[in-house]
Design a protein around this ligand. Structure first.
Ligand code: HEC
Length: 228
């Protein structure tokens, strides 16, 4: 059988296809089917709420234009923020997919090459068990850095200026500009701009070490003038 053409086709073509389907599709489904998938509402936690309310502080005009005023009653205001945060997260995810950010950015810290030293804890399967990872945003290329621990790494001001014009902050950056997410200036994000900022600040917010890069606050520099 192995000397004949049909035998080779059977093993190489159909056989390996079946094996790949079994190992890459059937086995993972069986392994993780018991894990409940989180809805977007369930993804909102204190870290993300902080970031969303922070947008209201940084871009008050743009925020009010997009969402209006929060109710005066604190309890109603809390629900109001949660609801808008949820819709912003959903829209932000759509924009991330639509703008093709995943062409250049991965969302997966691999357990190789000391990646965890650069980006934080290695990714675990439970992190992808939610509505915003359908389809998963692992990405296949890394023209830019991995983003799955990006939340809280930089301020939303930085992120807004960077989306408006990456080269303003990173000389020679190949990342495209996204001026259509703004009403003319980086401090005037549209509802879509605010949504993408929310989504970026969400990345990694589920992790106990969020924001991961807070560890990177530099130790105080000893000045030469201090004598003992
Ligand atoms: C053509 C490839 C490309 C595309 C498309 C792209 N980026 Fe980037 N991105 C880069 C590169 C390269 C860098 C690193 C240089 C820099 O900071 O601009 C970067 C940096 C970033 C950073 C800063 C990471 C950090 O903390 O240093 C964020 C956040 C980011 N991109 C988000 C996005 C989002 C969101 C989109 C889609 C709207 C996007 N990128 C589209 C290439 C790309």
């Amino acid at each position: 059988m192995f000397e004949r053409k049909s035998g080779i086709i059977l093993i190489a073509g159909i056989g390996f296809f079946a094996l790949a389907f079994l190992s890459n599709a059937v086995v993972p489904v069986l392994m993780y089917q018991h894990m409940p998938e989180k809805s977007v509402k369930e993804l909102i936690n204190g870290n993300l709420r902080y970031q969303f309310e922070d947008l209201a502080q940084r871009f008050p005009e743009a925020f009010e234009k997009a969402y209006g005023q929060p109710p005066a009653d604190p309890e109603q205001a809390s629900t109001w923020y949660n609801d808008h945060c949820e819709s912003a997260l959903k829209l932000g995810h759509q924009i991330y997919v639509g703008e093709g950010c995943w062409h250049c950015h991965s969302q997966f810290v691999r357990p190789v090459s000391n990646e965890d030293r650069r980006w934080g804890p290695v990714s675990k399967s439970w992190e992808y068990q939610n509505e915003l990872q359908r389809p998963v945003m692992f990405g296949t290329r890394r023209v830019g850095p991995d983003l799955c621990r990006e939340g809280g790494r930089r301020s939303s001001d930085w992120q807004a200026v960077h989306f408006f014009n990456p080269e303003a902050l990173s000389v020679g950056s190949p990342m495209p500009r996204y001026p259509w997410l703004f009403d003319g200036a980086p401090d005037k994000p549209t509802i879509r701009g605010l949504a993408l900022l929310t989504y970026i600040q969400w990345l990694g917010s589920w992790h106990e070490t969020y924001p991961y890069y807070e560890d990177y606050i530099p130790v105080p520099i000893k000045t030469a003038s201090k004598t003992e």
